[in-house]
Ligand binder design. Structure first.
Ligand code: BES
Ligand code: MN
Ligand code: ZN
Length: 502
């Protein structure tokens, strides 16, 4: 998809379709009034029919008489004054998804109403519109059948209509940034949605190798033999119940040992459980099929380092993705097995279904061995986080306010929502083991807090943890997204990395 920015009036641009964002009650004055007049009163007619701004992400298709477009599509951004970055992006995505099954090759988006909602920031409107259109185009059904009719039309050209006199080159750069962010999210979603019989740990490592080659990243894939030599006991304990061997995937951009402009060597760490059956502590059958998505954290950090290096070539950054399959095979870890972690901690594995924290623990230690000075991990770690916050707010932990503030700033830029959960030392006694330094799963009360407390034992540098157990994938389609993996945290990770750009 080509993106072109034109500084023009919304009635001057030829395309198959014109997207007219509506934020708040439409005031038919100024350009909107003129647009409606030239469209033969179509917008006022839609409004009179109750179709404009009825509900957030609601859309209406109209046939404008006198415009150089075949159709006009209105899309609502909710109430006036409430347009934030997330809503602006989802508005654009909703517009594209409304076109599933329609014949559209070129679409023009009128940026002014979005920019006005975002405090007059036209570059931000261009970035989020481009990102939203790209993300809206994602359809999981086309992973296995490319000719599916469930996918939105693949646009040849997206035209962003900026105000006359706008700096079109600056807006084009912003739109390009949005397009690259959207492509990165879709890379993560595509990998995450693929089935467990398709994406094993070895295949995920091969996919990482392919993107590393394509985008000039360094890659190291640690197999089970090297992992044993290194002492990654927890990582191996999770993977050993499967016939599909584990792989620790390490991607790097920038010069080895270099620090970014904030003095950091940031490591993005992602849980890559290609299938989580629970192991011997086996899960119930209901919804177990969703556990192919338990590798979403790994897919997200692989995509995020690609995106960051596309936007800031040479930026010092690493991604560590432990990939395993958690299966109840004959060699599987038993509940009660005691295993030595890479950092020397003895862990009593009381529940083999609390496997994410085990592989992450060794990945965090390994990232520090590689010189990481700051850690952030992304993981579908608990079901509890989804029960607490649902599928639109990611639960987060951080060991220091300073590091959390950097993450929160990145999240704000990215337009993603998080809620910081406390680490509560008083629960420590519940995590003690009779035999080892710690057990991997305490009692059920406060299990979400305890999942963070466990990881907190495996780092010495600033660390944050994003639990996407509730937010990684949608169980139903929304106006702005298909079912399945939604790319959550990708943009936050990229913004966090780019904060250290030269
Ligand atoms: N991958 C699951 C968490 C999960 C469940 C994510 C459902 C998304 C949807 C994780 O490995 C797990 O099984 N967690 C257990 C932890 C418990 C055994 C302490 C959980 O949440 O029940
Ligand atoms: Mn599990
Ligand atoms: Zn899991």
């Amino acid at each position: 998809m080509q993106i072109r920015v034109v500084a023009a009036r919304p009635w001057e641009v030829s395309a198959d379709l014109l997207v007219v964002p509506v934020v708040g009650e439409p005031a038919f004055a100024g350009e909107l009034d003129e647009l409606d007049r030239r469209a033969g009163g179509e917008l006022r007619a839609l409004h009179a029919f109750g179709e404009l701004g009825a509900k957030t992400f609601g859309t209406a298709l109209g046939a404008p008489g006198g415009l150089p477009v075949r159709r006009v599509l209105t899309v609502s951004g909710g109430e006036a004054g409430s347009l934030d970055r997330e809503t602006a992006r989802k508005l654009a995505a909703s517009a594209l998804r409304r076109l599933i099954g329609r014949q559209v090759r070129t679409a023009a988006v009128w940026l002014a109403p979005i920019a006005a909602g975002l405090g007059g920031d036209a570059a931000l409107a261009a970035e989020l519109s481009a990102r939203g259109i790209v993300e809206g185009g994602f359809e999981p059904k086309s992973i296995y059948r490319e000719d599916t009719d469930a996918a939105p039309p693949a646009l040849d050209e997206l035209i962003l209509i900026a105000a006359p006199g706008a700096d079109a080159a600056a807006l084009a750069a912003a739109a390009n940034r949005g397009q690259i962010l959207g492509e990165g999210a879709n890379l993560a979603r595509r990998l995450a949605n693929r089935a467990a019989n398709d994406v094993t740990p070895v295949v995920l490592a091969d996919e990482a190798r392919a993107v590393a080659e394509r985008y000039g990243l360094a890659i190291d894939v640690i197999d089970e033999r090297r992992a044993a030599e290194l002492g990654m006991g927890l990582f191996l304990a999770v993977g050993q119940g499967s016939d599909n061997p584990p792989r620790m995937i390490v991607l790097r951009s920038g010069e080895e040992g270099a620090r970014d402009s904030l003095g950091r060597r940031l490591a993005l760490i992602g849980k890559g459980v290609c299938f989580d059956s629970g192991g011997i502590s086996i899960k119930p059958a209901d919804r177990m099929e969703e556990m192919k998505m338990d590798k979403t954290g790994a897919c997200t950090v692989i995509a995020a380092i690609v995106t960051a290096s596309r936007l800031a070539p040479g930026l010092p950054l690493m991604a560590v993705a432990p990939a395993v399959e958690n299966m109840p095979g004959g060699h599987a870890t038993r509940p009660g097995d005691v295993v030595k972690a890479l950092n020397g901690t003895f862990v009593d594995i009381t529940n083999t279904d609390a496997e994410g924290r085990l592989i992450l623990a060794d990945a965090m230690t390994y990232a520090e061995h590689l010189g990481a000075t700051h850690l952030v991990d992304v993981a579908t770690l608990t079901g509890a986080v989804g029960r607490a916050f649902g599928n639109m707010v990611t639960g987060a932990f951080a060991d220091s306010d300073g590091w959390w503030n950097q993450v929160a700033t990145a999240a704000e830029r990215a337009g993603e929502r998080y809620w910081r959960i406390p680490l509560v030392e008083d629960y420590q006694p519940d995590m003690e083991s009779w035999y080892a330094d710690v057990q991997n799963s305490g009692s059920a009360e406060g299990s979400l807090v305890k999942s963070g407390m466990f990881l907190d034992k495996f780092h010495t540098v600033p660390w944050a943890h994003l639990d996407i157990g509730g937010t990684a994938y949608y169980r139903k389609a929304y106006p702005f997204a298909s079912r399945g993996a939604c790319g959550v945290t990708h943009a936050t990770l990229v913004e966090l990395a780019l904060a250290g750009q030269g």
